[in-house]
Design a protein around this ligand. Structure first.
Ligand SMILES: [Zn+2]
Length: 762
């Protein structure tokens, strides 16, 4: 039995060590500050910033060399909002950029005296967002990388001349008082605790405001002291010059620490004896206890009094300091989240009052607790529905302190798809043909966008030029941009006109979108219906099913912009046609290079002669037929003799006047590195791709071979068709994520709808 008790007590010691570690004496803490200054010199904003940076990491720019980039990048927020949470929150690209940019400002020091209100409509997931964010902060702050220290005093009884007998007397008085106050108090247990505490050689007094122990270095000496303490020159440079570190030199310790310091100095008459009683311990954030993180719901009733005390500690202090008025252990509930996070879930009911009470605290950074001034430097966060904004009754001076961050419905279709996957599982990807899921998301998002976009109109002008790829409101183009994609079907001119200024304007429009339309909850419900209706057996879910579903669902259909579904189908047709062309086309780079070099060489000779090509080493019989054969590869099969002749002259001209004389002889380039070669190469490939569609258009066998693929009947087709079909389906599966069955479906779709024709007549 005794060994079990001993075991338990050693377990308890271990648990305590692990949770908080032993407090560090002040000198050891200063040593730590000198060796790891970037960790110790952090206020709540800096720690919060580091947390987001740790979990989100660097963004990914899909167009790294784009000179007009506005750094609208992809952030992987899954570690911050999804992993290890009860309910995942999916941040779309727009919100992730907004959020990360705000948090980045925390390291620039522009954050104090602000409250950040996340404003979003019902069903946008904002409470999930805040819960997950706070959960991750709590986790991070309790890891080595998120460590923060707070002040705890250990008042040495012997040093302060306390006599044991008088201590016993005080204790007795206290116990009686306690029993009077609360007859149900477990007296034995309490007595044991008190006895244990008062028998210790020191009285532990934690700073209720969680002050960084650095603040105990008197302000007027701090700069010089830190200059000598820290050796890392680069860090010092930042510490002394950057706004983010201003607090180090400006902040005062709380009134309790300050008065304790002064009282002890009077009693002990030696700063070093006072500092010997200062310790630094880990600041333990605990949302459930309201330590470091407090979250209030609109229905939470406030306590009767905002003033908190600790009569046991106060009595002990009075006794030890021999003066009952020197140190008043009195603080407010705001102290518990000083250097921490104070959050309001929804500005309604009681929380509206709480927000009102924050006005003075946020503006001034201090407030009164009875007659004592308490400093409060917290990260203030809140959530709000847009319709509640007018009801806050905020004054102008307070509204200047509020930073609104929009958290609307998801506007980026990849994120919308991720939500469906999160709820219905990855099986939905296999159940749908590629692109169908994204297109489902696009239909949902189309209900959330403004009909007209001034930014898009100013950029593109007349939308009808893109009617094959995009809807008349340019919603499809806008969704691509929100998702981080610059579509390839844009003309060169429009691509060039997509300047940083225009990008900022268009991304900026997202601040006003996603407050209406189908909510997050709606879209999940609708997707559930769609999926259960069409996911049956082996047959993949197609675009036709998608259109059918939305057209027959009248309630949803009336929210979709007019003509949007038709445009979506056209853009889908264009995309799958491109996939098929790419998948049919076999690139034979060696053959292409040989043809181009032989051609450039031969056009400089008379017809009929036989020459060895200096580039390829091949012996060529240069005839009109030979040259025309090659020219058809550059100009397409329908080129006539005049076109070929003029093309030949142009190429020869360019070759003699520039390529050979300048690029090759002067600059020492290889023929294959020249501009002429590049332009011939591009023409060649373009025509190859156009040609690959011929079997689709002309050969009925091709269609039935696709149908019979992977059956016995497939073997009856001739070798050329078998090769082409296998190659096509293999590529669709390998490059574009189709299943074999899906690949066949999409080929039939392209053939039966004569898509190749539809897009070649443009
Ligand atoms: Zn303090």
């Amino acid at each position: 039995m005794r060994s079990a008790a001993r075991l338990l007590s050693s377990l308890c010691e271990n648990l305590q060590e692990r949770s908080r570690g032993s407090p560090l004496p002040f000198h050891a803490f200063l040593e730590l500050s000198a060796t790891k200054p970037a960790f110790i010199f952090r206020d709540i904003f800096q720690v919060f910033h580091d947390m987001v940076e740790r979990y989100v990491g660097e963004g990914v720019d899909e167009y790294p060399d784009d000179p007009e980039s506005i750094n609208y990048v992809y952030y992987d927020c899954s570690k911050l909002f999804i992993e290890g949470t009860d309910h995942p929150f999916f941040a779309d690209r727009l919100f992730a950029n907004r959020f990360v940019n705000h948090v980045a400002s925390f390291r620039r020091g522009a954050q104090q005296n602000r409250i950040y209100i996340f404003e979003g409509p019902h069903g946008c997931g904002k409470s999930t967002f805040l819960n997950n964010l706070l959960l991750k902060f709590e986790h991070f702050a309790n890891t080595e990388d998120g460590v923060c220290y707070e002040t705890v005093w250990r008042l040495n009884r012997k040093e302060l001349g306390s006599r044991p007998e008088s201590e016993a007397h005080t204790l007795l008085v206290q116990l009686r008082a306690l029993a009077d106050e609360d007859p149900l108090a477990p007296v034995g247990e309490t007595r044991d605790r008190f006895m244990g505490l008062s028998r210790r050689e020191y009285l532990e007094v934690p700073c209720p405001s969680h002050d960084n122990p650095l603040l105990l270095i008197p302000k007027s000496y701090r700069k010089q002291f830190l200059d000598e303490l820290i050796e890392d020159g680069a860090f010092k440079e930042k510490l002394f010059s950057e706004k983010q570190y201003e607090w180090v030199f400006r902040a005062n310790p709380c009134t309790i620490c300050m008065s304790l310091y002064n009282a002890l100095l009077d009693l002990l008459d030696s700063p070093s004896r006072v500092f010997a009683m200062v310790f630094a311990r880990r600041y333990q954030f605990n949302r459930r206890l309201g330590e470091g993180i407090s979250v209030f719901n609109p229905g939470d009733k406030g306590p009767k009094s905002n003033v908190l005390t600790n009569s046991f500690l106060q009595n002990q202090l009075n006794h030890l300091l021999r003066d009952s008025n020197r140190v008043r252990y009195i603080y407010s509930k705001y102290a518990k989240t000083n250097n921490g996070i104070y959050a309001l879930m929804d500005i309604k009911d009681q929380n509206r009052e709480r927000l009102g009470n924050l006005h003075g605290i946020i503006s001034e950074g201090v407030h009164k607790v009875e007659d004592i001034e308490e400093n409060v430097n917290s990260l203030f966060l809140a959530l709000m529905n847009p319709e509640d904004r007018d009801k806050t009754g905020e004054t102008q001076s307070f509204s200047d302190r509020i930073v609104y961050i929009k958290i609307p419905y998801v506007l980026d279709y990849n994120t919308e798809v991720r939500i469906y996957k999160g709820i219905f599982g990855d099986g939905i990807v296999r159940a749908c043909l590629p692109r169908v899921l994204q297109n489902f998301a696009k239909v949902i998002i189309s209900t959330r966008l403004m009909a007209a976009s001034a930014g898009m109109l100013e950029w593109i002008g007349d939308a009808t030029k893109y009617h094959l790829y995009c809807d008349k409101n340019l919603h499809l183009l806008k969704m691509d941009i929100y998702t981080g994609i610059i579509p390839t079907w844009l003309t060169e001119g429009d691509r060039k006109k997509f300047t940083a200024k225009r990008r900022k304007r268009i991304i900026g429009e997202s601040e006003f979108e996603g407050n209406a339309g189908l909510s997050g909850r709606d879209s999940i419900k609708i997707f559930g219906e769609f999926y259960s209706t069409y996911a049956k057996g082996e047959k993949p879910i197609t675009m036709e099913m998608l259109c059918h579903f939305f057209r027959k669902n009248k309630e949803v259909a009336k929210q979709i912009p007019e003509g949007f579904l038709d445009s979506l189908v056209r853009s889908y047709n264009y995309a799958v046609l491109q996939e098929i062309k790419e998948s049919l086309y076999e690139m034979n780079e060696e053959q292409i290079a040989r043809d181009i070099q032989n051609y450039v060489f031969s056009i400089n000779f008379e017809y009929g002669c036989v020459e060895r090509c200096v580039y390829t080493g091949e012996e060529l019989e240069i005839t009109e037929d030979f040259l025309e054969g090659l020219e058809r590869r550059f100009l397409g099969p329908s080129a006539d003799k005049t076109q070929m002749k003029s093309f030949r002259e142009d190429v020869q001209n360019q070759y003699t006047s520039r390529t050979l004389t300048q690029d090759m002889l002067v600059e020492g380039k290889d023929l294959r590195q020249t501009e002429l070669y590049a332009s011939l190469h591009e023409r060649y490939i373009h025509n190859l791709k156009e040609k690959v569609m011929e079997p689709f258009l002309k050969n009925a066998n091709f269609r039935s071979a696709i149908k019979d693929y992977a059956t016995d009947a497939f073997r009856t087709y001739d070798q050329r068709i078998r090769h082409a079909v296998s190659f096509l389906i293999g590529n669709l599966v390998g490059k574009y994520g189709y299943t074999e069955q899906g690949a066949r479906e999409v080929c039939m779709y392209v053939i039966d709808n004569e898509l190749s024709k539809a897009f070649s007549e443009k």
